[in-house]
Structure formats: structure tokens, C-alpha cells
Design a protein around this ligand. Structure first.
Ligand code: MG
Length: 222
């Protein structure tokens, strides 16, 4: 291992220059989760943006020769549109005036040597989910933060989680002053469902683990 490589085998310079909203401690946990889950099956992230979380999850999957599906329409979420508080002018395509993160994302994945690991799915979440049949070992929800978007992601994708698979939810804030509340509501809904074991929190990242049929409370359908 060269001294410039982090133990996770992710180039720290690439991590530093990749745009995104992910704390390094959260990223390190995503790496460990993907490394564990990818022995079970493919992983999915919802909301790739420019590929920062993809670097962590992809590196974890790569360690097992696994696959990470990276789902994003790449048009930016609501708060990232031109004129909105989280708009980054670098990501606005001057020809169309619209946010387009896909070129940045592809560059990140290629720079990290993750093209044999990461499968981009460029579509709205609900469209990608419509005929999805592949069981998943990890679902990371970090897409649109409206209630409608967050609940759609939860309903559409957690149904595909394998027993023992991980559900990770980003941007869980306790109060509206800290951030939007939709991810926290989805997290609490999942915790109350009886379908998951609680694996705890690191900063704004909450992780749950899908119970197998034998572990479910008796009043839940198998
Ligand atoms: Mg996020």
C-alpha cells in the first residue's frame, strides 16, 4: 500500500476534490457496511450526485468483487436547482441551464478505478424500481429529501433487501433547524416497523439490518 492510499484503498485527494455532502466518519462506515454486505449480494445507493458516497461504497464492494448500483437521475435534487440554496454553479450545464452531475460522477468513478464495480442507473428512483427484481444486500437512501421522494425510496427499495441486508439512511436531523425532516421520519418508520434490527448511528447516518423471517415479531407477515 502506498503511503498516499487510505486503508480503505480510496485516494484521499480524489475524496477531497469530489463534491458532496458526506462526513468522513459516515463514509468510513458506508465502506465497512458495503464490504460486509457485498459478500451477500449487490448493493444500491440512491442519490449518487458527484460520486462521493460512491467512492466509499464502491471500494467496499470492490474488496469482494461485488457490484454497486448507483442510482441518480443526475438532475440535482430540489434544493440544488438554480436559485436554490444548495445550487453549485459548476454543476449547471451552460447549454441547458440545468443541473447535470452525471459527467462529474463518471469522472469520479473512472478516477477511482471503479468502472468494473459501479453500475450507474440514470433514472428517477420510481422508474428504476418499477420492474426491479434483483435482491439487494444494502440499500443506502440519500436521494431527494422531500417527504414524497424519501418515502418513495423507502417503499420501493427496502422491499428488495435480503434478510441480513443493511438499510442506511443519510441526513437524519433531530430538528428542522439542522435540516429537512423527511429522512428522519423514514428512519423512524423503519425502526418502528419491526422489520429491522437497529445498528446505530454515526452523525447523520442511521443503519438498520433486515431481519430474517425467523427473527420477525409474530404479528408481522412473513
Ligand atoms: Mg445526504
Amino acid at each position: 500500500m502506498s503511503p498516499r492510499q487510505a486503508p480503505m484503498n480510496i485516494d484521499p485527494d480524489l475524496l477531497a476534490r469530489t463534491k458532496g455532502f458526506l462526513d468522513p466518519a459516515e463514509g468510513a462506515w458506508l465502506y465497512r457496511l458495503a464490504r460486509e454486505a457485498s459478500r451477500l449480494g449487490p448493493c444500491l445507493e440512491i442519490g449518487s450526485y458527484c460520486g462521493k458516497s460512491t467512492l466509499y461504497l464502491g471500494a467496499g464492494c470492490r474488496a469482494n468483487g461485488g457490484i454497486l448500483y448507483a442510482l441518480d437521475h443526475h438532475g440535482g435534487s430540489e434544493e440544488q436547482q438554480p436559485g436554490q440554496p444548495y445550487c453549485d454553479p459548476d454543476l449547471v450545464d451552460p447549454r441547458t441551464g440545468r443541473v447535470d452531475t452525471f459527467a462529474h460522477f463518471r469522472r469520479t468513478v473512472a478516477s477511482a478505478g471503479l468502472t468494473e464495480t459501479v453500475v450507474p442507473v440514470v433514472a428517477p428512483s420510481a422508474v428504476a424500481a418499477r420492474q426491479w427484481r434483483t435482491p439487494l444486500a444494502l440499500v443506502f437512501i440519500d436521494g431527494g429529501h422531500t417527504f414524497a421522494a424519501a418515502f418513495t425510496d423507502y417503499n420501493a427499495w427496502t422491499a428488495h433487501l435480503l434478510p441480513g441486508g443493511a438499510l442506511a439512511i443519510h441526513d437524519i436531523f433531530e430538528t428542522p433547524a439542522e435540516g429537512g425532516q423527511a429522512p428522519r421520519h423514514v428512519y423512524e418508520l423503519a425502526r418502528a416497523s419491526g422489520l429491522f434490527e437497529d445498528r446505530g448511528r454515526v452523525k447523520t447516518l442511521g443503519v438498520l439490518q433486515r431481519r430474517s423471517a425467523g427473527q420477525l415479531p409474530p404479528d408481522l407477515p412473513r
